[in-house]
Design a protein around this ligand. Structure first.
Ligand SMILES: Cc1cc2nc3c(=O)[nH]c(=O)nc-3n(C[C@H](O)[C@H](O)[C@H](O)COP(=O)(O)O)c2cc1C
Length: 167
């Protein structure tokens, strides 16, 4: 018997992660969604994965477009994470379509947001069915990072910030 969803969330929530906005593009539609189920997979070739809820709008967009970008958020971008993890109002839906959010593109055409800590621009090479999620494995076509930024953190359902100063 598998554990309950609650136990799973309680245990998993104790694993500290960064926070990413995973962006996608299909034809002239762009989309961004907050995700932390992100993991590096292989160095040679460079591969990374994201695990995407089958119910999420980004799920089918990534499948159709065959690309995604992992935008690792900087510690002053909590507002983006909060906005792009919620749905249901016209304003939130517009934000998911990146209306009013500044971005550029690099190799694949997936949106690369401004002010982020780092990005991975990926081409989907495999999609693995996994329960109520699909694991998209992407080959990293381009990457970049901020020199002076710090990452936004997530732990037990709350945002956190790195304190690198000595005490
Ligand atoms: C910190 C955090 C991490 C999340 N990680 C994921 C994730 O890895 N995969 C996923 O499918 N949803 C994840 N979500 C939930 C999505 O952000 C949320 O369901 C979103 O509204 C889906 O948007 P969409 O339907 O426009 O794609 C996360 C939410 C938060 C707050």
């Amino acid at each position: 018997m598998p554990v309950s969803q609650d136990s799973f969330r309680q245990a998993l929530g104790r694993f500290v992660t960064g926070v990413a906005v995973v962006t996608s593009r299909y034809e002239n539609e762009v989309h961004g969604t907050t995700m932390n189920a992100f993991c590096s997979v292989s160095l040679n070739p460079p591969l990374a994965l994201v695990s995407v809820d089958k119910e999420a709008d980004s799920h089918n967009l990534i499948a159709s477009g065959g690309i995604f970008a992992v935008n690792i958020l900087a510690d002053d971008q909590e507002h983006l994470s909060v906005t792009l993890s919620q749905k249901g109002t016209a304003e939130l839906d517009a934000a998911h379509r990146l209306t009013g959010i500044e971005y550029t593109t690099r190799k694949t055409g997936a949106p690369i947001l401004y002010g982020i800590h780092a990005f991975l621009d990926c081409k989907v090479i495999n999609a693995i069915d996994a329960g109520d999620h699909t694991i998209y494995i992407g080959q990293i076509e381009d990457t970049g990072w901020g020199e002076d930024t710090l990452p936004l953190l997530y732990h037990r359902g709350e945002y956190g910030h790195l304190d690198l100063h000595d005490h």
